[in-house]
Ligand binder design. Structure first.
Ligand SMILES: *Cc1c(COP(=O)(O)O)cnc(C)c1O
Length: 495
């Protein structure tokens, strides 16, 4: 069955590969499948597949205009020895919950799961659609996404990538990760300004028709790798199916029994993928949406009102410090019963008034979700408790999922086996993790000192991604003003 895609804000349809190439609808809407595909093989059959085979089996149902050979190729190039375990996404039991470790890729955070395959989905899409010119990815980053995108696009033929980061706005480890990036098609630029300045300037370049024309003549076209691309969502559905099958294989559940899934989220991307897995037929009872102190989603699930008019808080789970959850638009579209004009008007309200409210009927359809949040203190306490009880160390984003899940169980007594998405290696946020598990030992250690301490305390071994940056040579030294960003891009492309 062919699956077509449409924008959440209007009616035109595209093929899967066209939606991957375009990223965002011209009306500002997000692409969603016109109908949700259903599994075509039984859970028992799928349980025998490797991660790569399962990735193909799930993704083929969404990306129906890719041939078998094309899609299998994309999968093979993505989920290879860039991951430090052949399991790709191992499931670890600790204190009665199942932690789905999504951080075994190149940059030790879950964005690798999708960004390792997106470049291949994109270049394949360009070839299929006869699109001319090299694909140029432009990304402004506050630290994590840019590095994961570069790791994915580095040395992929037919692509180039330019990443802008705020010069004094990222951690030392993050900066080191970026400036040591390999790949002749990568360009890293430190910006004299903050993240918002860089983001605004990137959006301006995307909208600059003159620059577009000039670059097209030189053989380049801009594209975006950000999390609203359907090509990032679909690969994320795979690992929830994989986790369910693991629980089956271990005898924790029988085929058909329901599980719960807890996801620490900000942009609503990762949890939306779990919801899509459920809509495809995965037996899931409750999706627990875990937020940090920027709890706009918790309030939304409780009241049916989305209200971004509130103070933006900086927390120790920075990748979830978000007040506008872009991917929620895909869920809203479903709640309207697929009415793009209602969805568009709610998004317009969010833009102009900073809030919108669901109707009672729409709110009723949220019954499969529970929202919850954890304070900074509760997060640290939960990480410490888990470590003291089991020796298992989780990072501060996973910690939010952990705390919200434990509080949920206390409140409801729900004993359903639960998968918690584990979104980053504790090594990526060593300072915060140590603040939770050994605050008396951190002293005035620098970032690598903290990493050594973490190894000593946790008994974990240092991931290759960390070892690598200790000695990797600096390859990028470009610094640019905000105004100078377009010329920096021109200089890189035209050499
Ligand atoms: C990006 C990120 C998240 C949030 O992901 P969403 O797409 O907002 O759901 C959570 N944890 C880590 C470590 C991340 O990098």
């Amino acid at each position: 069955m062919e699956i077509l895609y449409r924008s959440t804000r209007s009616g035109d349809t595209l093929t899967a590969s066209q939606a991957v190439l375009q990223g965002l609808g011209r009306d500002g809407g997000l692409f969603v499948p016109c109908q949700m595909p259903k599994f075509e093989r039984s859970l028992e059959e799928m349980a025998g597949l490797t991660y790569q085979e399962l990735a193909y089996e799930v993704m083929r149902l969404f990306l129906t205009d890719y041939t078998e050979e094309e899609l299998k190729n994309c999968v093979a190039r993505a989920y290879d020895e860039k991951f430090d375990t052949p399991e790709i996404a191992p499931l670890r039991e600790a204190d009665g919950a199942y932690y789905l470790e999504l951080y075994h890729g190149a940059t030790i955070a879950f964005k690798d799961m999708a960004l390792s395959i997106l470049p291949h989905l994109m270049t394949t899409a360009a070839r299929k659609n006869g699109t001319k010119g090299e694909i140029v990815i432009l990304t402004a980053t506050s630290g994590d996404t840019g590095k994961a995108a570069m790791a994915g696009f580095a040395d992929v033929p037919g692509t180039r990538i330019v990443v802008f980061y705020p010069k004094d706005g990222v951690s030392k480890v993050q900066e080191k990760q970026m400036v040591t990036q390999r790949g002749a098609n990568t360009c890293v630029v430190a910006i004299e300004g903050n993240f918002d300045d860089a983001q605004t300037a990137v959006k301006k370049m995307f909208g600059d028709r003159e620059m577009e024309k000039e670059l097209l003549e030189a053989g380049f076209r801009f594209s975006s790798a950000n999390s609203i691309n359907i090509g990032r969502l679909v690969p994320q559905v795979v690992y929830y199916v994989h986790a369910y099958l693991q629980l089956m294989k271990r005898g924790v559940i029988r085929a058909g029994e329901e599980i719960n899934i807890t996801v620490p989220t900000g942009n609503f991307g990762n949890i939306l993928a779990a919801y899509y897995a459920k809509r495809m037929g995965l037996p899931v009872k409750t999706l627990i949406c875990a937020s940090n102190e920027n709890k706009v989603l918790t309030d939304f699930f409780e009241t049916g009102v989305y209200d971004r008019r509130r103070e933006f808080l900086l927390t120790s789970s920075p990748s979830m410090d978000i007040l506008i959850s872009s991917n929620l638009e895909r869920l809203i579209f479903e709640l309207t019963g697929g009415d793009a004009s209602v969805c568009a008007s709610l998004m317009e309200q969010l833009k102009t008034e900073g809030r919108y409210e669901l109707t009672a009927e729409m709110k009723q359809k949220l019954s499969g979700f529970v929202g919850g949040y954890a304070s900074e203190e509760r997060n640290f306490e939960g990480i410490r408790e888990l470590f003291e009880k089991t020796g298992y160390v989780i990072d501060t984003h996973t910690g939010i999922g952990n705390a919200v899940y434990r509080d949920y169980v206390k409140r409801t007594g729900d004993k359903t086996p639960t998968v918690i998405a584990s979104t980053a290696s504790p090594y990526k946020f060593a300072a915060s993790v140590l603040h939770a598990i050994a605050p008396e030992k951190t002293g005035d250690l620098d970032e690598f000192g903290l990493i050594d301490l973490l190894t000593e305390i946790s008994g974990l071994s240092e991931p290759p991604a960390i070892t690598d940056i200790r000695t990797a040579p600096v390859r990028h030294r470009t610094v640019s003003s905000i105004e100078g960003m377009p010329d920096t891009v021109r200089a890189f492309l035209k050499g």
